[in-house]
Design a protein around this ligand. Structure first.
Ligand code: NAD
Length: 254
């Protein structure tokens, strides 16, 4: 079982490549840029300050709930997600691999100390009271558009333990998914009769590789997605449906 951003659009979190995604140019931060340049961190955190509350407020939708129930009924052995919004956990999915981490935590790049993102939000707001009231347009994964002037004045608090650089505990562009997570996900594919993909364009290789592995192993691949995906040619069954509508129906029919 593999999910992507399309599983959370019905919870109000935009995806990257859906039919309703604004066709605006986006420029997500690269790992090396974030580590090397204070200005990149100011840009990231000033945007995240306004993007985070919408992520924190989002609640699981019928797709998340159906998937959690399918796990409890033994139809799903585990859920691999590319999402960083914690909604599968909130819905009760227990055997969960978060390939790209979670926005709910930040981690120090020096001492590895973890801080809760909600607590860090309070520190961001305290250090930047002027930044809170500026209107922003919500972009995917807890990001938002911000004026340059505001970004330049933005104060980024350091780690509470060592004052090191804090980074959201997610995999940035230019970083790799930790190998043990990938290996565990491959094992789940091996153990399963079929791989169900929900709400992913599969453009990102870190998800697409599991579809390829499933086919190499002779497993069936079922894709539930609005619009085309890179896995379509490999799929045994493709449903052009909203995840939040079709998954509860699947559950009812079992
Ligand atoms: P993607 O944006 O590339 O693809 C999402 C797909 O889901 C699109 O094809 C879209 O048409 C489809 N879709 C949208 N709403 C749907 C619905 N209700 N039902 C069924 N399909 C629907 O997303 P991706 O493949 O996950 O890759 C994006 C990357 O960005 C991932 O690495 C992920 O970590 C990150 N991301 C995460 C979130 C999140 O955590 N919610 C949001 C945006 C991006």
């Amino acid at each position: 079982m593999l999910t992507g951003a399309g599983c959370s659009t019905e919870s109000g979190i935009p995806d990257y490549r859906g039919p309703e995604t604004a066709r605006r140019a986006r420029n997500p931060v690269q790992y090396r840029e974030f580590v090397a340049h204070p200005a990149a961190r100011q840009r990231y955190w000033s945007r995240s300050l306004v993007g985070w509350p919408a992520i924190a407020r989002a609640r699981p939708n019928p797709a998340h709930h159906a998937l959690a129930k399918l796990e409890r009924s033994g139809h799903i052995i585990g859920l691999v997600t590319q999402n960083v919004d914690d909604l599968h956990r909130a819905a009760g999915s227990a055997r969960l691999l978060e390939l790209h981490g979670s926005l709910s935590r930040v981690r120090c790049l020096s001492c590895r100390q973890e801080e809760d993102r909600a607590a860090f939000q309070a520190r961001l707001v305290e250090a930047n009271p002027h930044a809170v009231a500026v209107a922003a347009e919500l972009a995917p994964d807890g990001d938002a558009e911000r004026p340059d002037e505001l970004t330049r004045r933005f104060v980024v608090p350091g780690c509470l333990t060592c004052d090191g650089i804090l980074k959201p505990d997610v995999v940035f562009f230019g970083e790799n998914v930790p190998r043990p997570l990938v290996e565990e996900a491959y094992r789940w594919v091996e153990e399963s009769a079929a791989l169900l993909v929900v709400g992913s364009s599969l453009e990102v290789f870190s998800g697409y590789r599991f579809v390829r592995r499933a086919k190499e192993l002779g497993r069936r691949v079922v894709i539930v997605n609005l619009g085309p995906s890179r896995g379509d040619a490999l799929a045994d069954l493709r449903l052009e449906s909203k995840a939040g509508e079709v998954l509860p129906r699947v559950l009812d029919s079992l």
